[in-house]
Write a protein that binds this ligand. Structure first.
Ligand code: ARG
Length: 260
């Protein structure tokens, strides 16, 4: 008798468990039509680089790269998630497969291509040296004896290292590109060396002056992916569509036109 009661209880327990599982499954499949179940597309950036990526006053990400990434996610049916990190850590994050793509005004250099894949290029920018007008730094010869600031991990870091001995300047490296501007304003560096599109924005907003780097022609900016990523092709197809249907032109007009 006792045995039957215990067996009865055990059966009841398992039946309830199964019913609960069934109910659970139903509710999750019921949600599958909503945006919640969209595959997440994880983007990393270094949000210190207006007009490509920065924060607005509410702490949301804004900029050309941010809107381009959102347009790509919408086009391909992904939910976009953005993570901010130091520029110098972006390639590593891709190599460790911690993120799906990087949009960070990143130049598609041959060196980086050894470690990551790039989309087709979406923007070309030269390089510029910017400084305060009173310092009268007008061309590359004037860099002699000066301190030139660059962001760690950028092509400008490499470029500055290569030019420093020849032109007699010192290189100061910082993690965050916006710190370069603070350093310039507080005279801890004499010159900042950066992408022209970004430099021109600071010339306009902060009253700096600048000149083009006569020594290099850098590759264009592109989206970076982990090596062998399967989404490169679909992202390239989205970029091609945006070139054709005017989306790209609209984004460039909105974010890059005033400063080119
Ligand atoms: N275009 C340069 C490079 O690829 C600098 C990019 C810096 N980007 C940034 N979000 N801080 O090295």
């Amino acid at each position: 008798m006792k045995k039957t009661i215990i067996t009865g209880f055990i059966c009841f327990f398992f039946i309830s468990l199964l019913a609960a599982c069934g109910a659970q499954k139903e509710s999750s499949s019921g949600e599958s039509d909503t945006a919640k179940d969209k595959t997440i597309l994880k983007m990393a950036t270094s949000a210190d680089f207006p007009p490509f990526e920065s924060y607005d006053t509410d702490g949301s990400f804004i900029g050309f790269d941010v809107e381009l990434a959102q347009a790509i996610a919408d086009e391909l049916g992904y939910e976009l998630q953005i993570e901010d990190m130091d520029f110098d850590g972006l390639i590593g994050a891709l190599q460790a497969n911690r993120v799906d793509m990087v949009l960070a005004g990143m130049s598609a250099t041959e060196d980086r291509q050894k470690n990551v894949n790039f989309s087709t290029e979406y923007h070309r920018s030269g390089e510029m040296f910017i400084s305060k007008p009173d310092d009268e730094i007008k061309d590359i010869e004037d860099l002699s004896g000066k301190v030139v600031g660059v962001q760690l991990g950028t092509i400008q870091e490499e470029g500055a290292e290569a030019l420093a001995a020849e032109y007699g300047f010192e290189v100061k490296k910082v993690d965050d590109a916006s710190i370069l501007i603070q350093e310039l304003n507080s005279n801890r560096i004499d010159v900042a060396y950066m992408d022209k599109t970004v430099a021109t924005g600071y010339i306009d907003s902060q009253g700096f002056v600048g000149f083009d780097d006569p020594t290099t022609s850098s590759p264009g900016m592109a989206i970076a992916f982990p090596k062998y990523s399967e989404i490169v092709e679909e992202v390239n197809a989205a970029l091609a569509k945006f070139e054709e249907d005017g989306t790209m032109e609209k984004l460039k007009e909105e974010w890059l036109s005033e400063i080119e």
